[in-house]
Write a protein that binds this ligand. Sequence first.
Ligand SMILES: Nc1nc2c(ncn2[C@@H]2O[C@H](COP(=O)(O)OP(=O)(O)O)[C@@H](O)[C@H]2O)c(=O)[nH]1
Ligand SMILES: [Mg+2]
Ligand SMILES: [Zn+2]
Length: 359
Amino acid sequence: MARDYSRFLPSLKGGAQSHTPTGLDRLGWTTFFTQQVSVDELVATPPVRVTSVERSGLGVEGDGVRTTLPPRDDATVGDWLLHNATRPGASRLLQRKSLFRRRAAGTGRELQLIAANVDTVFVVTSCNRDFNVARLERYVALAFEAGVEPVIVATKADLTDDPDGFAVAASEVSASVPVVVLDALGAEPKEKLAPWCKAGRTVAFLGSSGVGKSTLVNALSGRVTAATGGIREDDDRGRHTTTGRHLYVLPEGYAVLDTPGMRELQLADAAEGISEVFADLADLAARCRFSDCRHEDEPGCAVQAAIAAGEVDAARLKRWQKLQREEAFNSASLAERRERERSFGRMVRSIIKDKPSKR
Ligand SMILES: Nc1nc2c(ncn2[C@@H]2O[C@H](COP(=O)(O)OP(=O)(O)O)[C@@H](O)[C@H]2O)c(=O)[nH]1
Ligand SMILES: [Mg+2]
Ligand SMILES: [Zn+2]
């Protein structure tokens, strides 16, 4: 029996897309996901994308489907699920192209899922006191670690005399990260961000509160989609409040994610992302005489040699080392906590085993 499942096959094959995508395409469905699913599964459990996460459940959207699934910890906004209409809780979560996570603030410090299947993240700062190279490096490392392409966007170009100075400073974060400087309230955003806002793609915004993320979302969508101006989306401890994260599917056929501002961003399990941002330094370090070189006063240090030659900024080395220390501390404490939990489990099991009644 021939079944028509052509609507599940992405019609976008990359390259120039002149047509407006329909159905699942506009939600970001690609062959990456088709490959994970059998035809029978596609028909029985059609794909839906998580467009919002609330305490009460997951808002999902598919081709002709818009519903709410029971809350679950393993899914986040941007995820794809195979919608099981008879047992919604059993809907299968598909493997992700990319995943943003962060260490939760507070005592538990567990990893929180922020967003899945994002193609490009606009790391937003503004041409004012928010601008901070160390913070940009941190966000870009997070993006690299997540498997997402970062683009630095510096807003409020209209409020500075020196937009070019900010552009130059931002371009020093990483040679492989594009930089866009713009006035988010002006006419520029759509055109300047167009190279990354293509049909079938998903873009997201990261950055501190007040830098203009929601303003950009509204500029792209051409209407008021997200609330702007001092709306508290994140409490003092960096927890998301119920105003949550939303994925907006725009008429142009790409999806935009507006994430709450993140006041504290601790990197954990992000060693690769950090090495990618500081690839220039990591390459140099590989040429130091000692493999455990601290790049201080060791003989044969290629990093210090590059600093002496004026090829590398000493402050950049300091920021790299600080981020590495922080990441190592956070990752180690996670590993230690897991180990404590394991040994506690072992102890409980041995107590149960040694109970007098068992003898
Ligand atoms: N002059 C100017 N104001 C901006 C620009 N971008 C954002 N704003 C203003 O900055 C405030 C915070 O913007 P919002 O989009 O809410 O920031 P978010 O917290 O990152 O979502 C709002 O009052 C915006 O109108 C810009 O490029 N130029
Ligand atoms: Mg906002
Ligand atoms: Zn060295």
